[in-house]
Design a protein around this ligand. Structure first.
Ligand code: 5GP
Length: 117
């Protein structure tokens, strides 16, 4: 698979501040935040899209969810955050290295999510 910007970030080829890191994933601030808190949880092992995940990715996918909860707690937004995965260009995916968006710090009522992400 062609490496993406996130592959280069997790490998350290492109420097980025890791808000969180463990053996399987990192978390970074989104470069173009859509909310006061907009963090990306990125697995170190690249899977292009959620739909490309296989049965043996089950533990990694669960790990990413748990890591997202830890990051939200670390950032003090564990009472109110939204977790998003964009799957495919038609859904707005622009980086084809699976990642979770953590969004917090603004209202998420009906109608406020137009265009999102
Ligand atoms: P997607 O649209 O694929 O679900 O999300 C990709 C996200 O990555 C976008 O929200 C975009 O702003 C963010 N992004 C793209 N390039 C970079 C980068 O080089 N650094 C960081 N921190 N975020 C990036």
């Amino acid at each position: 698979m062609t490496d993406t910007i996130f592959g280069k970030i997790v490998s350290g080829e492109i420097p980025a501040e890791f808000l969180y890191e463990d053996e399987h994933c990192v978390a970074i601030n989104d470069i173009n935040p859509q909310a006061p808190v907009h963090v990306l949880v990125i697995p170190k092992r690249a899977i292009a899209r959620l739909v490309d995940a296989q049965a043996d990715d089950q533990a990694l996918l669960g790990h990413l969810m748990l890591a997202a909860g830890k990051v939200a707690s670390q950032l003090g937004v564990d009472d109110a955050f939204r977790l998003i995965v964009n799957n495919g260009a038609g859904a707005g995916q622009t980086v084809f290295h699976l990642h979770l968006h953590i969004l917090a710090g603004r209202g998420f009522a009906e109608g406020q999510m137009a265009g999102f992400k």
